[in-house]
Design a protein around this ligand. Structure first.
Ligand code: SF4
Length: 221
């Protein structure tokens, strides 16, 4: 199957409204599957989850959180020790560098606290818009969309976007859904992870079957 070879028809206004309604009905109060006890741990878990499964991150984080419970502890960490703990995660070299850099910046510029503001969050090393939005969605129920691999695929299969990048798709979804974006984000992630899977989607269990435009495995550029 060619990636992004042919974009399906876009969903019409009334279809978008119905898709939104059904997502909210099926996923009214969903939250992330990442384990965390405070915002600092949430930020670390979300940073580790880029290109890595939540399941894997949840295996790694207990040891990491125990050894470095505060930004001060992580800021003073030895990078080789951090790498050793997170080495089963993809891109662990870069992630270790970014985690320590992020903690240093929290200590130096933010009084050791995670700023709950998108413009400030993206200033932290290794934190892009998607990571910032996921943290804000989870921590504050902010009306924001974040597009990961699941949301991207689901959005394209349902004709909610025909854009090639995650950021453009995020704009499309935000514009089309307008409200309840945090719930829709969480719902689309779970729907993509467990029903509308990349390979062998469970179409027989799909509550959005009538709106499906394609079964291609769309991936962001
Ligand atoms: S019918 Fe299948 S491919 Fe289409 S949205 Fe549902 S689960 Fe995904």
């Amino acid at each position: 199957m060619k990636k992004n070879s042919k974009f399906p028809k876009l969903a019409k206004k009334d279809e978008i409204a119905k898709i939104k309604e059904l997502f909210l009905e099926h996923y009214p109060n969903s939250v992330t599957e990442l384990n965390y006890k405070n915002i600092f741990e949430l930020l670390i878990a979300v940073m580790l989850s880029a290109q890595c499964t939540d399941k894997r991150v949840n295996i790694i984080t207990p040891k990491l959180f125990e050894k470095y419970p505060t930004p001060q502890d992580l800021a003073n960490a030895n990078i080789e020790d951090v790498k050793e703990i997170i080495k089963s995660c993809s891109f662990y070299n870069n992630k270790a560098k970014n985690l320590i850099g992020m903690a240093k910046m929290l200590v130096q510029n933010y009084d050791g606290k995670v700023p709950l503001d998108q413009k400030e969050l993206v200033k932290l090393p290794g934190v892009g818009q998607k990571t910032a939005n996921v943290v804000l969605i989870e921590a504050t129920n902010a009306n924001l969309m974040a597009v990961d691999t699941h949301v991207f695929r689901v959005a394209h299969r349902l004709g909610l976007s025909n854009k090639k990048t995650a950021l453009e798709t995020e704009k499309d979804l935000s514009k089309k859904f307008k409200t309840n974006l945090h719930q829709l984000h969480q719902g689309m992630v779970l729907f993509g992870r467990y029903i509308c899977k990349a390979t062998k989607p469970k179409c027989d269990k799909c509550f959005l079957k009538e709106f499906c435009k394609s079964k291609e495995s769309f991936k962001a550029r």
